[in-house]
Design a protein around this ligand. Structure first.
Ligand SMILES: Nc1nc2c(ncn2[C@@H]2O[C@H](COP(=O)(O)OP(=O)(O)OP(=O)(O)O)[C@@H](O)[C@H]2O)c(=O)[nH]1
Ligand SMILES: [Zn+2]
Length: 191
């Protein structure tokens, strides 16, 4: 989905006018263009199907947990359009040897992060994409993030982290497997 640069530029000019700024002063003159270009990057996941990122999968004899942890991400809170950012940890239990190129897990996260988002939905969308393509025995996604809308405004709580866990399949049903996966996913990351 391409960004409508002219529309963004017009909207940014309107915002400057609305806050009592002069959109034509030297420092702001190029800002609408820069913001349109920035949106191209940070909202590149709008209208994109994260499942497409998982197309390189192959068959390997491996039935136990595969995980990628500490994946840094930046997203934009859809309520305030301020960043929330942190780390994602993704694990799955392959079924019938279906495994994916491990970078693809980070690519899925990247697609869903680059949309106006909330953290819970990010986790759900990552888990659903993996379930749809790999049909694994289980998926677990942990996201930890600081939300700037809770830091620089509102309740003003710097350092607080929102943590979400999303599970599918056996990680929902079997507390032992879930515990083991969480231990591995969070590993030495936890102090
Ligand atoms: N559950 C969830 N809430 C979020 C996320 N990002 C932002 N929020 C919250 O969304 C809520 C929006 O609440 P509102 O009461 O409509 O907005 P507000 O008056 O600006 O809220 P305050 O931030 O409490 O000042 C706030 O509580 C935010 O902290 C997220 O990813 N998940
Ligand atoms: Zn917010």
């Amino acid at each position: 989905m391409a960004i409508d640069h002219d529309k963004v530029k017009h909207a940014v000019r309107l915002i400057f006018e609305a806050i009592g700024e002069d959109p034509d002063r030297e420092g702001l003159a190029d800002t609408p263009r820069r913001i349109a270009e920035m949106f191209e990057e940070i909202f590149s996941g709008v209208g994109k199907d994260p499942r497409k990122e998982l197309n390189t999968f192959f068959t390997e004899r491996h039935e136990e947990l595969v995980a990628l942890r500490d994946i840094p991400f930046y997203s934009m809170c859809e309520h305030h359009l301020l960043p929330f950012f942190g780390r994602g940890h993704i694990g799955y239990l392959p079924a019938d040897g279906r495994v994916v190129g491990v970078s693809k897990l980070a690519r899925v996260l990247e697609v869903v992060a680059r949309r106006p988002q909330i953290q819970e939905r990010m986790g759900e969308e990552i888990a659903d994409a993996i379930v749809d393509v790999l049909a694994p025995r289980g998926v677990i996604v942990v996201l930890e993030a600081e939300h700037l809308c809770m830091v620089m405004r509102g309740v003003k709580k710097p350092g607080s982290q929102m943590v979400t866990i999303t599970t599918r399949g056996v990680f929902r049903e079997d507390p032992t497997l879930r515990e083991e996966a969480l231990r591995l996913l969070l590993g030495n990351h936890r102090r």
